[in-house]
Design a protein around this ligand. Structure first.
Ligand SMILES: Nc1ncnc2c1ncn2[C@@H]1O[C@H](COP(=O)(O)OP(=O)(O)OP(=O)(O)O)[C@@H](O)[C@H]1O
Length: 265
């Protein structure tokens, strides 16, 4: 299943924050959304996982507008790791992940052996196999993030939408999460602040700037020193990673800041 976002605009209380956005994630591909704070990444993703209706434009999954699907049809196709955090703090880790199985259950059916096996498998996969009976509220930020990823995987979706999934994760768990995304081979749309992570894991990048897509393509085509300067306001060199050959962005942490100089990047 592929994702195609066509002519998307998003507004909050009548204020447009995303305008005329076109982007795609081809079937089985990891497409990344990068851009400065407030550029509209979360707002775009919210329309894909049906948290926010577009003001204009369409979000197509396998050619069908996700906003025309029933909630169950949509939940079987698209699972999300959103920025909005769950408030179900009194539940256990197992309860939270079991929620991912809801689209596969009838209105009165309880959990069955398949559901329990799926939940155990995805918790194991994110390294939280021992935490099933712990209260969600007792977990660290990174552990919660991994449990919420397990919930999305338990949904067994064709399409994964992840908003800043590496937030709160230590470097080992960041590397593991990116490896997991690669091995899933599901169509994935993911926002990332870490441009080096984006360059190594994404097949395609879309760069958002002030609510518009300003560049799309393979990471190496898109992440040029010029774009990093113009969009992110930083000085950087783009090298080859000595271990992987991926693009490696080396930021100049000594360059004068456009923010403290009062200039607009
Ligand atoms: N619920 C909301 N109500 C009103 N304005 C909002 C809301 N959510 C986001 N915005 C505004 O929309 C714009 C885009 O925000 P969004 O969160 O989509 O950007 P982002 O690229 O995900 O940012 P960040 O990198 O900081 O997470 C910002 O100006 C933000 O203030």
């Amino acid at each position: 299943m592929d994702i195609a976002v066509e002519g998307l605009s998003v507004a909050y209380a009548g204020r447009a924050v995303v305008s005329g956005v076109h982007l795609i994630a081809a079937a089985g591909e990891i497409a990344g959304l990068v851009g400065p704070n407030g550029s509209g990444k979360s707002s775009v993703l919210r329309t894909v996982y049906r948290h926010l209706r577009p003001a204009a434009g369409r979000v197509l999954v396998d050619g069908r507008d996700v906003w025309d699907l029933t909630p169950v049809q949509a939940a079987r196709r698209v699972a999300a790791l959103p920025q909005e955090r769950t408030s179900d703090f009194e539940l256990t880790v197992g309860d939270i992940v079991m929620m991912g199985r809801t689209p596969y259950k009838g209105p009165f059916s309880g959990e069955d052996a398949t559901d329990r096996a799926v939940v155990a498998g995805v918790l194991e996969r994110v390294g939280m196999g021992d935490a099933r009976n712990r209260p969600f509220s007792a977990l660290s930020g990174g552990e919660r993030q991994r449990v919420l990823l397990a919930r999305a995987l338990a949904q067994d979706p064709e399409v994964l939408v992840l908003d800043e999934p590496t937030n709160h994760l230590d470097v080992l768990h960041q590397v593991e999460l990116l490896a997991l995304l690669r091995e899933q081979r599901r169509t994935t749309l993911v926002s990332l602040h870490d441009l080096n992570a984006a360059a190594s894991v994404c097949d395609r990048l879309h760069v958002l700037h002030r609510g518009r897509v300003v560049a799309s393509g393979a990471p190496r085509e898109v992440l040029t020193p010029e774009l990093l300067r113009e969009v992110f306001g930083v000085r950087a060199a783009v090298l080859d990673h000595p271990l992987t050959g991926d693009p490696l962005i080396a930021f100049d942490h000594h360059a004068p800041s456009p923010l403290t100089r009062g200039a607009t990047p």
